[in-house]
Write a protein that binds this ligand. Sequence first.
Ligand SMILES: Cc1cc2nc3c(=O)[nH]c(=O)nc-3n(C[C@H](O)[C@H](O)[C@H](O)COP(=O)(O)O)c2cc1C
Length: 175
Amino acid sequence: MEEAKGQAHVAKLIQTQRATRQYSEQKVSEEDIRLILNAGRRAQSSKNQQPWSFIVVRDPAILQQLATGGKYADHVPYAAFAIALIASNAGGAADFDLGQAAAYLQLAAWDLGIGSCVTWMHFSEKAKEVLNVPDDLNFQVLLSFGYPVPQEQPQTPKKNGRKPFDEVVHWERWS
Ligand SMILES: Cc1cc2nc3c(=O)[nH]c(=O)nc-3n(C[C@H](O)[C@H](O)[C@H](O)COP(=O)(O)O)c2cc1C
């Protein structure tokens, strides 16, 4: 049974979580990486198929190579580690499932003060090659993690960072 470690209330974590692309040089312990991974594998999934595998990358040389797999991935080489989300199915419910796992991984990390960023692997075949991912599996999303550089990482939600409540919420019916 994995122990929860963080103390923060989940609503507070959600409110303060931001995409983190500037990482300090502080390493993340293996214990904390395992704790984050355990949160990810607890995510719900359609028919409980758990259509995911996670590849943990700590080697800076491999992180550097992974940065060539995305169009907006310049931050990846500076991460303390990354987790490649490998999917055994693509599309429909599986995409949703992987999104859930990603959210859990990221929230569990943030609970430990570790920031993260989703990075899309636009050049998926190239990225698969870097990690020796078998042909029949999909690799579209990389999560990079690291302690934020304090002065670069605001601790409050970004002003106007999300659409206003009334623009996105409808009650009972659309109109
Ligand atoms: C599906 C998806 C793909 C993303 N791809 C990238 C990416 O390739 N590079 C990147 O720097 N950020 C990427 N992001 C991060 C978003 O830009 C970020 O979550 C969004 O701008 C909100 O940022 P904030 O939480 O700091 O307000 C991606 C996020 C998602 C959910």
